[in-house]
Design a protein around this ligand. Structure first.
Ligand code: BDR
Ligand code: CA
Length: 311
């Protein structure tokens, strides 16, 4: 199975991503889940990561706590989308499984140095602070990373926290800049993809109908999560961003994109956090990411539903 570290700020859609990975043990070996402040402050994202593991019957998964704020800026959170806990929707028990003592950044560095070069994949579902800190601490990890698959950015679709910026990049653009300059092979799932993956009622009902505790909790999270987005986008169902990252590892053929140069805006007041994607290859700048643009959305939901049923 492919070795992955999931770096996350759960978040209902982060929860869906984690459950999709937990439901796919044949393909994916989760070395650890690292948490970062983002959707809600760090104490809550760490709680929520453990809630999701316990809901999925996997209290054995190792959860490591990472950065509680961006590299240089004040933390921006998104309770308006995810609710006060970050995981509003289902009624859940407080987790009893522990947070590991090791800091997430140290775990990331040590793991990548300890595993064979080219075998560890990073899946990032929040801002990129932990990864940037790991790269600053141990730049020699960069060429050892097999791939970094991220949910972040947007180009033709624009932004969701400002007209220009997607939330994960906006929260810590300085970290994103470091990651995009690192030489790590990056696969980017931007809003251009995730805004096509909509939680239509019949899709959520199919998940609820699985009937298991994790599946019903997932359906309740999606009920909550989409409320905000349906109002915002006027669509019949909200976008389900983060599980596209895990779906890509399981079924890459569900997605289409191309290799591009991507630069991160960090100074402009108006467009800070923008991912400037050279989709039409007009700059001649070096490719540093495979940027996805199309998705087989029904294929994605079929996969998600099938794997949730295995939990
Ligand atoms: C991203 O922002 C967060 O609110 C979601 O969990 C997702 O990772 C979407 O812009
Ligand atoms: Ca997230």
């Amino acid at each position: 199975a492919r070795k992955i570290i999931i770096d996350s700020d759960p978040g209902q859609d982060d929860a869906a991503a984690i459950m999709l990975a937990l439901g796919s043990p044949e393909e994916l070996d989760i070395l650890g889940i690292t948490t970062v402040a983002g959707n809600v402050p760090l104490a809550l994202t760490s709680r929520n990561a453990r809630v999701v593991c316990e809901l999925s019957g996997r209290p054995d998964i190792k959860v490591f706590e990472g950065a509680d704020k961006p590299l240089l800026r004040q933390l921006v959170t998104a309770e308006h989308v995810h609710g006060k806990t970050g995981l509003d929707g289902p009624v859940v028990d407080e987790p009893t499984m522990p947070v590991q003592e090791q800091h997430a950044v140290d775990f990331i560095v040590e793991t990548i140095l300890a595993e064979d070069a080219g075998t560890v994949t990073l899946c990032t579902l929040g801002c990129l602070t932990n990864i940037a800190l790991a790269l600053q601490k141990a730049p020699e990890i960069a060429p050892r990373i097999r791939e970094l698959v991220m949910m972040g950015g947007g180009f033709f679709e624009g932004g969701n926290i400002t007209p220009a910026a997607e939330f994960n990049i906006y929260v810590d653009p300085d970290a994103a800049k470091i990651v995009f300059a690192s030489g790590i092979p990056i696969v980017m799932m931007p809003l251009d993809v995730t805004h096509r993956v909509l939680t239509y009622k019949h899709r959520v009902e199919k998940i609820r109908a699985i009937g298991s505790r994790p599946a019903v909790a997932m359906a309740e999270m999606l009920d909550f999560f989409e409320r905000f987005d349906i109002e915002k986008y006027g669509s019949d169902g909200g976008p389900l961003h983060d599980p596209t990252v895990i779906a890509y590892l399981l079924r890459p053929e569900l997605f289409k994109g191309r290799d591009c140069n991507v630069e991160i805006e960090t100074t402009s007041e108006l467009t800070v956090g923008m991912t400037v994607v050279d989709w039409w290859q007009v700059t001649g700048r070096k490719h540093n990411a495979r940027v996805m643009r199309e998705v087989d959305d029904q294929g994605f939901f079929d996969l998600l539903t099938e794997r949730l049923a295995r939990l």
